[in-house]
Design a protein around this ligand. Structure first.
Ligand SMILES: Cc1cc2nc3c(=O)[nH]c(=O)nc-3n(C[C@H](O)[C@H](O)[C@H](O)COP(=O)(O)OP(=O)(O)OC[C@H]3O[C@@H](n4cnc5c(N)ncnc54)[C@H](O)[C@@H]3O)c2cc1C
Length: 307
């Protein structure tokens, strides 16, 4: 959020400095979410939230353009397939007319038995690559980066240290709940545990959701695939769970048998092969907020910050 906002402001002719404790290349589990994202675009706005739908549509259009204009950014067009079981009657997402080739899948086309499934064209982002690209592009426009070794504890400290500052854009992610002067108690974490595996998959992201949990498979386009995962609201546990690793291996191999090239062996043997292909066990914390994302202007001590 911070680098994207900074880049857009620089491109508008403003002089921006990004002040942060973490930058692309850092892998802090608890303080920096972006490197841990899968990530794919799957619009999450509710059917009655026109503002968020509009923002998501603009984002998707930009990412489609980036996939063509800047292949080195790590954004790739994919077929996105989503399956649902015991989630109630079919509820179409808001983006049925906004994503190319949106369609419901017939039973025989579904990757796993489920109540309904649909597919559409979307993008997935190799986030470590994309974040580096974003920073380089921002710095190429003259944008500055300033790393702090400790978290800034109060927003006013930024004005004290940089009195020439006119506007502060607060893109502090999960830390927005603790940042003095603009503390937001509605912000909370949604824990996500995933595995990064080496696997011969590309071109398609798969998700299967049921009341028991979610399995998802997101190829990064470089021979590695993010498989997940969990969606644990309010959990702050930084260490990975062993049970979750088993749940991910089993659920994702059912969803995407192609994760393991050798199709002739038993399911258990192939799950062991997938386990051997694990490159890293990841835990990250999605910033969430009761009432939804906050995008508004706030006056602080006679000056204005954008939250
Ligand atoms: C497992 C997992 C899977 C996900 N999958 C997807 C997906 O498929 N699609 C999708 O759209 N999203 C996905 N997400 C969510 C996505 O990653 C986040 O919404 C996004 O990365 C948040 O970015 P951000 O810039 O708001 O926060 P962050 O990336 O956390 O950046 C916050 C920045 O602010 C700095 N900062 C904060 N407070 C301070 C302070 N006090 N002092 C100094 N610096 C500070 C930090 O150092 C950091 O640089 C996923 C997340 C996880 C964990």
């Amino acid at each position: 959020m911070g680098l994207t906002t900074a880049l857009l402001l620089q491109e508008e002719g403003h002089q921006v400095t990004v002040v942060a404790q973490h930058f692309p290349g850092d892998m802090s589990t608890t303080q920096y979410t972006s490197p841990w994202a899968g990530a794919n675009w799957c619009g999450g706005a509710s059917s009655d939230c026109a503002d968020q739908q509009a923002a998501e549509a603009v984002t998707l259009a930009k990412l489609f353009r980036l996939s063509v204009e800047a292949p080195e950014a790590g954004v790739k067009v994919v077929d996105c397939i989503e399956c649902a079981t015991n989630m109630g009657p079919l509820k179409l997402p808001w983006f049925t007319l906004k994503t190319p080739q949106f369609r419901l899948l017939k039973s025989k086309e579904r990757p796993v038995p489920c109540d309904y499934a649909y597919s559409y064209k979307s993008v997935c982002i190799n986030t470590p690559l994309y974040l580096q690209w974003l920073r380089q592009r921002y710095e190429a426009t003259g944008g500055r980066c300033l790393r702090v070794s400790q978290p800034i504890s109060h927003i006013a400290d930024l004005w004290t240290a940089h009195p020439e500052t006119k506007v502060i854009v607060n893109c502090s992610g999960l830390s927005a709940r603790d940042l003095g002067g603009v503390r937001d108690p509605g912000v909370y974490p949604i824990r996500g545990q995933t595995l990064l595996v080496r696997a011969p998959l590309s071109g398609q992201t798969l998700t299967a959701i049921s009341p028991e949990g979610v399995s998802y498979v997101i190829p990064r386009g470089d021979g590695t695939v993010v498989i997940g995962g969990t969606y644990q609201q309010f959990s702050e546990k930084a260490e990975p769970d062993e049970d979750t690793i088993e749940h991910i291996l089993t659920g994702c191999l059912r969803l995407a048998p192609g994760l393991v090239a050798d199709q002739d062996q038993s399911f258990d043997s192939r799950r062991e092969l997938l386990r051997q292909a694990i490159l890293r066990v990841n835990v990250g914390f999605r910033p969430a907020r009761i009432g939804g994302a906050r995008v508004e202007v706030e006056e602080v001590g006679g000056t204005i910050s954008l939250g």
